[in-house]
Design a protein around this ligand. Structure first.
Ligand code: HEM
Ligand SMILES: *[C@@H]1O[C@H](CO)[C@@H](O)[C@H](O)[C@H]1NC(C)=O
Ligand SMILES: *[C@@H]1O[C@H](CO)[C@@H](O)[C@H](O)[C@H]1NC(C)=O
Ligand SMILES: *[C@@H]1O[C@H](CO)[C@@H](O)[C@H](O)[C@H]1NC(C)=O
Length: 333
């Protein structure tokens, strides 16, 4: 905590921290020290459970950051993704972008249980996802950042809203539109797409690029021929659609800038990845940003950290008359 210049300021900071508040203007906002008094070990607890989980699930760090992304993009970072279906409310986790794709919910439950053990009723599931995302990146070799905290959990899941999540077949214009709607600019789009530096992806998301791109009965011309041959072996035309591949075959579980060096040589996995460099509209917009991150991992890390904070700031729910701290991430209290 920053040193306070006056005793009065110090008293205000202490009083705010005791009840878990973020000192600032009238606007609802998040802060790094939100749980410093109410659950000082929160970060270490999350970290410990994640390290344990990764021992039997190499992919879990990637899966967890994706949960934070899919949560934040649908009615803000309110853990709406984590609610199970109940009568009258179908969960986001069953929508096409998530069903049989989003994963890690059991590990989220384990983290939540450990947090409830230490500090009952204190840490929201939305903040849990933000913490898990940061810790996952750091443990994979990526940058750290001060996670902003103080979100409450919402009481609804938004199935229809999740239909609008960015899709692997989206072109650059559509991707830019979906990000801009959430106040995320081209740098955010390119930096956050760098999340595809680790994790897995099913064959079904590349088959059109391999065999019938945009209904042409031809492969995607922006896909490197050697990489296409490699992927065609792994994903035969009528093979199992759920077979898994590495999003970044060069370093599958490491958070580095190889996502961008792959794109530079036409080895982006998804159309939405390669669009950032190869769309005619990328010249002068996203392509130079890809170039910059391919050349400098430090530049990527700096931007990624800032863009994760930006994404974590989407519509924070801080009004206790609307949100709550869930006891189980799967259901409202
Ligand atoms: C730009 C638009 C994006 C699109 C179209 C997109 C699409 C996808 C798709 C189709 C998959 C594979 C899912 C599956 O095979 O079941 C995937 C995986 C993944 N995505 Fe994205 N994504 C985007 C942005 C992001 C962002 C912003 C992040 C995080 C900052 C992210 C992190 C990940 C990770 C880590 C995985 C692997 C998950 C795992 O192994 O469980 N993606 N994405
Ligand atoms: C989600 O996937 C399960 C298992 O494959 C399937 O039974 C269910 O119908 C799917 N749900 C929706 C809403 O499509
Ligand atoms: C991008 O996709 C949208 C929706 O499919 C389409 O309307 C638009 O023409 C496409 N833009 C380009 C440049 O291909
Ligand atoms: C390729 O895609 C087009 C348009 O979606 C479809 O009409 C055609 O049947 C597909 N070709 C093959 C061989 O599946």
């Amino acid at each position: 905590m920053a040193a306070s210049s006056s005793p009065l300021a110090a008293a205000v900071v202490v009083a705010a921290a005791v009840v878990g508040l973020c000192v600032g203007g009238g606007e609802a906002q998040l802060c790094e020290d939100y749980y410093d008094c109410t659950c000082p070990d929160a970060y270490d607890i999350v970290r410990r459970v994640l390290i344990e989980a990764q021992k039997s699930d190499t992919r879990i760090f990637a899966s967890l950051i994706r949960l934070h992304f899919h949560d934040c993009f649908v009615q803000g970072c309110d853990a709406s993704l984590l609610l199970d279906t109940v009568s009258g409310m179908q969960s986001e986790k069953e929508s096409p972008p998530n069903n049989n794709s989003a994963r890690g919910f059991d590990v989220v439950d384990n983290v939540k249980a450990a947090l409830e053990d230490a500090c009952p009723g204190v840490i929201s599931c939305a903040d849990l996802l933000a913490l898990a995302a940061e810790i996952s990146v750091e443990l994979s070799g990526g940058p750290g950042w001060g996670v902003l905290l103080g979100r409450l959990d919402g009481k609804t899941s938004n199935f229809d809203g999740s239909l609008d999540l960015p899709a692997p077949t989206d072109n650059l214009t559509v991707l830019q539109g979906k990000f801009l709607k959430l106040n995320l600019n081209d740098v955010d789009l390119v930096a956050l797409s760098g999340g595809h530096t680790f994790g897995r992806v099913q064959c079904q998301f590349v088959t059109d690029r391999l065999y019938n791109f945009s209904g042409t009965n031809q492969p995607d011309p922006t896909l490197d021929a050697t990489y296409r041959a490699f992927l065609s072996q792994r994903c035969p035309q009528n093979g199992p659609p759920a077979a898994l591949n590495d999003l970044d075959p060069t370093t599958p579980d490491t958070f580095d800038n190889n996502y961008y060096t792959n794109i530079e040589v036409n080895r982006g996995f998804l159309q939405s990845d390669q669009e950032l460099k190869s769309s005619p509209l990328a010249q002068g917009t996203t392509a130079p940003i890809v170039d910059g991150f391919a050349t400098s991992q430090a530049a990527f890390f700096t931007s990624f950290a800032q863009s994760m904070i930006n994404m974590g700031n989407i519509a924070p729910l801080t009004d206790p008359s609307v949100g709550e701290v869930r006891t189980s991430c799967r259901r409202v209290n």
